[in-house]
Unconditional design. Structure first.
Length: 255
């Protein structure tokens, strides 16, 4: 029997689900090993019997909380896909603002009719069994993780930093060129796609397990960034882990 899988979306652009569909020829490898019973982007069926739930998006309403808890109850495994579900991503930035003012700005005099809450990563509401990082996810990494899950093994993704990938590809360090890049503390697995194209890494895959935030802060300060500048860089994707940066890197993140 093929395991039954379902895809669910919360507050996000749904780009990670589109990345799965972008597998194209490799999509056959996926449907050969699993039965997709719920995937709004791809099929009209709405099966409620599933073994593995893939969840994209942050939890941003009271209804989201109720819905993700029901999904968790049914799923044997709950896997988040993408930065929105793992860290809160861009939506998490609202948590650093006056939330009531934000609601008024967005909804106007109808704000009281919306059950919007401050954005939460999925693991702040329910247990998450594994996270596939990225913005969007790497489609080949997704397929690899699914195959490892089906085989009964623990999925493995890179635990080193994007800097390692840059060195393996012979990329010139952007920090030395005066371009802000979070690669030294960001989990690898993207192929260093941003630095390879002369864009600084913005940390969409989350913090690498063995990050050294204190040393990295010092590097950025030597490059001319203020403490406020550095905090703003981390707010973009990794706001949920901002306390680690403010603690001077002394507290290690459990990845």
């Amino acid at each position: 029997m093929k395991p039954k899988v379902a895809f669910f979306d919360f507050a996000s652009c749904e780009g990670c689900q589109l990345a799965v569909l972008d597998l194209e020829d490799e999509l056959l490898d996926l449907v050969n090993i699993v039965e997709i019973v719920n995937f709004r982007e791809a099929i009209s069926e709405r099966g409620e019997d599933y073994d593995i739930a893939f969840v994209e998006g942050s939890i941003s309403t009271q209804h989201h909380i109720e819905r993700i808890k029901k999904i968790r109850e049914k799923a044997k495994l709950l896997i988040t896909i993408g930065a929105c579900a793992a860290t809160g991503d861009f939506q998490y930035m609202v948590n650093f603002m006056d939330f009531e003012e934000v609601k008024k700005y967005v909804y106007g005099d109808k704000a009281k009719y919306f059950d919007t809450i401050k954005a939460k990563p999925v693991d702040q509401v329910v247990k998450v069994d594994f996270k596939i990082p990225g913005c969007p996810i790497n489609k080949y990494e997704f397929l690899k993780v699914v195959k490892q899950l089906i085989a009964g093994g623990l999925p493995r993704i890179p635990n080193y930093s994007v800097c390692s990938e840059c060195k393996m590809q012979g990329n010139e360090c952007l920090l030395k060129k005066g371009i802000v890049c979070l690669g030294p503390v960001t989990r690898a697995g993207c192929g260093a796609i941003c630095p390879k194209n002369y864009k600084g890494c913005f940390g969409c895959r989350g913090l690498a397990p063995e990050h050294n935030l204190e040393s990295f802060k010092q590097v950025l300060k030597e490059a001319g960034l203020t403490e406020s500048d550095i905090i703003e860089q981390f707010k973009l994707i990794n706001g949920r882990d901002l306390h680690l940066l403010q603690a001077g890197g002394e507290e290690k993140k459990k990845c």
